[in-house]
Design a protein around this ligand. Structure first.
Ligand code: SF4
Length: 302
């Protein structure tokens, strides 16, 4: 860790009344300088209540857009413009319009991992922590759901609604790399460990898990459960926070391959640069902001 760089970030933060929000998958050096760490839902909630003039969002593009939508009067900065979620890029607004034409009575629930343009077409957003609850709250029998088919599968197991996936097979490439055989191998090595899997994992991995949780759920379970060992099936950096907050417990990555390159584009250097120059401000049109805000607020209300 670079102490002088971190001291400079702290000084600038105070001078500019800025706050740093970081996702649980960020590099440890970024997690260490964050004022608040969380999953997408926690970051969205925090962004809507934070008292600051500048929000530095350390995550990926859709998270910074969500913060900007909820805070049109604040400056939201994304330290690296290369931090783009490949899964969010799989869903285009035209595809939602087409699905709505084909299923005119269906409501649209979109994972927050989508662009602002897509959110503007949704009835509600959801996160991995609340997806079944949001889908169930829709007053339609069919629900158009995207872009993650694995999360759609997870919702389908827990909902009475008919799920229509858009795109037909959207996925998170980091979670898709976790294989069922790897879980079995880790279970053989650590027979007393509980398996916690993210709902973006393949169904075969979810079926092998003791619990399916968002990253905030994993942190809660790790604290509350009496188990001392856990196999974690999500992006690898999650282990940093789990270990830090539970120093007496043991955590094993389900797969060494579950790494999201987009989440590693931000580092302390580009956080400092973004703060210093107030660069990479996220800008969204007023019309899109108003429509997308409604979908995010529907989720927060439910
Ligand atoms: S972990 Fe998956 S969903 Fe999250 S930013 Fe990376 S590609 Fe997107």
């Amino acid at each position: 860790m670079n102490d002088s760089l971190n001291a400079e970030i702290l000084k600038l933060k105070q001078e500019k009344n800025a706050v740093i929000l970081a996702h649980n998958y960020q590099l440890p050096e970024v997690q260490e300088i964050a004022d608040f760490l969380g999953d997408s839902l926690e970051l969205a909630k925090k962004a809507s209540t934070v008292d600051a003039e500048i929000i530095v969002l350390c995550g990926v593009d859709f998270m910074a857009e969500t913060a900007a939508i909820l805070n049109p009067d604040k400056k939201v900065l994304l330290p690296s413009l290369d931090a783009k979620c490949p899964m969010a890029a799989q869903l285009k607004a035209e595809e939602i319009v087409k699905a709505k034409e084909e299923h005119s009575k269906a409501k649209v629930v979109l994972y927050v991992n989508t662009s602002a343009d897509c959110k503007a077409l949704a009835d509600a957003c959801c996160t991995s922590a609340n997806a079944p609850k949001i889908v169930e709250a829709m007053d339609s029998e069919e629900v158009i759901f995207g872009p993650d088919k694995n999360l759609g599968w997870f919702v389908n197991q827990r909902s009475s609604k008919k799920i229509i996936d858009i795109p037909a097979s959207g996925y998170c490439y980091a979670h898709r790399k976790i294989m069922g055989e790897e879980i079995i191998e880790q279970k053989n090595k650590h027979p007393d460990a509980l398996v916690l899997a993210h709902p973006e994992c393949n169904p075969e991995v979810q079926e092998l898990a003791n619990r399916i949780e968002s990253t905030s759920g994993m942190l809660r379970v790790a604290k509350e459960e009496s188990a001392n060992e856990f196999i974690i099936a999500t992006e690898k950096e999650m282990l940093h926070r789990l270990k830090k907050e539970n120093p007496t417990k043991k955590f094993y990555a389900a797969s060494e391959n579950a790494v999201c390159g987009a989440m590693k584009k931000i580092n302390s250097e580009n956080v400092l640069e973004a703060l210093k120059e107030e660069k990479n401000e996220v800008k969204i049109s007023k019309e899109t902001t108003a429509l997308a805000k409604k979908a995010i607020e529907s989720m927060l209300e439910i």
